[in-house]
Design a protein around this ligand. Structure first.
Ligand code: UD1
Length: 341
């Protein structure tokens, strides 16, 4: 029997597709809403192929209240996972109103409809970006947030605050914010994965495209950081592990196991990895070369950030499981699938 129905907004995106698969495999019903502004219908096809299930899909913008209300009217949801958002840091600096409009507007609309239709649980996609450069590492959930360095980062902070305030004000509303560190990799089937439009901003898609010959050379942004090899440190979390964290969060809410009505969890591995270490590991486990050059630092980058995952481990009972080797193999398998290599 179905455990309950979950509305997944932005489910055609990178993390949304992987989460939809895990939800379905865990016995939840899934309804998908996406405006396809930064994703393809083929991603939903991938989810269908992996799960062997038809998935109700509505192409709609979460800012379109009337369209979204139809979805709330047509289904009874036990919870919502809200991924739908714009996510390019540079673009957000150039077009802040687009980001505030999309990311804040859609979140408020989703919460309003939840309130109106009595949907009690929401998981929000937050980001380690809310920590900026923490004074003390690893970052715990109580590590103070730093002022955001981009409108994108600011929308993540504001949405966390919107959720905190809404949960405090509206009886029966529960919220979990998951602060993702750096999601990478792809489903082992290579039927779903990250689909960056244009030149990738993120490291791993740039690496896989360079290995595939689509890009000539990877630029490593800075080797003069105060780290072991001078390149920046991040916490790279496998997207399948990350997807599982959402299922665990939904189960916690639906099962009435929350300690507070608003909870925050870091979702990472707890292990810092440098840019150079990532590149070399990718080359080693896949047996391919990634030509690279060292260039200047990228504006807005922090030196080092990684997660203290104790809370997620103990409270959620969730732990990152896939090794970095395995994750980087899956990233390459996905790129090869995309390029027909
Ligand atoms: C970025 C965003 C962050 C967002 C996250 C998820 C910035 C400043 N931060 O995190 O807000 O939540 O993506 O999408 O953009 N690197 C290279 N060469 C490249 C690309 C990246 O050396 O071509 C380096 C970066 O300098 C960084 C590391 O690789 O040290 C990871 O970069 P990236 O994948 O873009 O993630 P973040 O910058 O950590």
């Amino acid at each position: 029997m179905e455990k309950g129905k979950v509305l997944v907004t932005g489910a055609a995106g990178y993390i949304g597709t992987h989460t939809a698969v895990k939800l379905i495999n865990a016995g939840f019903g899934v309804v998908v809403v996406d405006n396809l502004s930064n994703s393809e219908l083929s991603a939903i096809e991938g989810v269908r192929e992996i799960t062997g299930r038809e998935i109700p899909f509505v192409q709609a913008d979460c800012n379109d209240r009337a369209a979204l209300e139809e979805v709330f009217r047509a289904h009874e949801f036990c919870g919502v996972i809200h991924f739908a958002a714009s996510k390019a840091v540079g673009e957000s600096v150039e077009q802040p109103l687009l980001y505030y409009g999309n990311n804040l507007g859609s979140f408020v609309t989703v919460l309003e409809l939840m309130k109106e239709y009595g949907v009690p649980n929401i998981v929000f996609s937050s980001s380690a970006t809310v920590y900026g450069q923490p004074d003390v590492l690893p970052a715990t959930e109580t590590t103070p947030r730093k002022p955001a360095t981009s409108p994108y980062g600011n929308t993540k902070q504001i949405c966390e605050d919107i959720l905190r305030d809404s949960v405090a004000a509206y009886e029966g509303l529960n919220g979990i914010a998951l602060r993702y560190f750096n999601p990478i990799g792809a489903h082992p089937s290579a039927l779903i994965g990250e689909l960056p439009k244009g030149v990738p901003n993120n490291l791993v898609p740039f690496i896989t495209q360079t290995a595939a010959g689509v890009r000539e050379c990877l630029s490593i942004f800075g080797d003069d950081y105060n780290t072991g090899d001078g390149t920046a440190l991040r916490d790279y979390i496998d997207v399948v592990d990350l997807a599982k964290a959402h299922v665990v969060a939904v189960e916690r809410m639906v099962g009435g196991d929350m300690k507070e009505q608003y909870e925050i969890f870091n979702i990472g591995t707890g292990r810092p990895v440098s840019v150079l270490e990532l590149v070399r590991t990718f080359e080693k486990v896949n047996g391919v070369a990634v030509p690279y050059k060292i260039v200047g630092r990228r504006a807005g980058d922090v030196e080092a950030v990684w997660a203290d995952t104790t809370l997620a481990n103990t409270e959620l009972g969730w732990k990152a499981e896939r090794s970095l080797d395995e994750t980087l193999r899956s990233a390459w398998k996905w790129e090869k699938h995309l390029r027909g290599l």
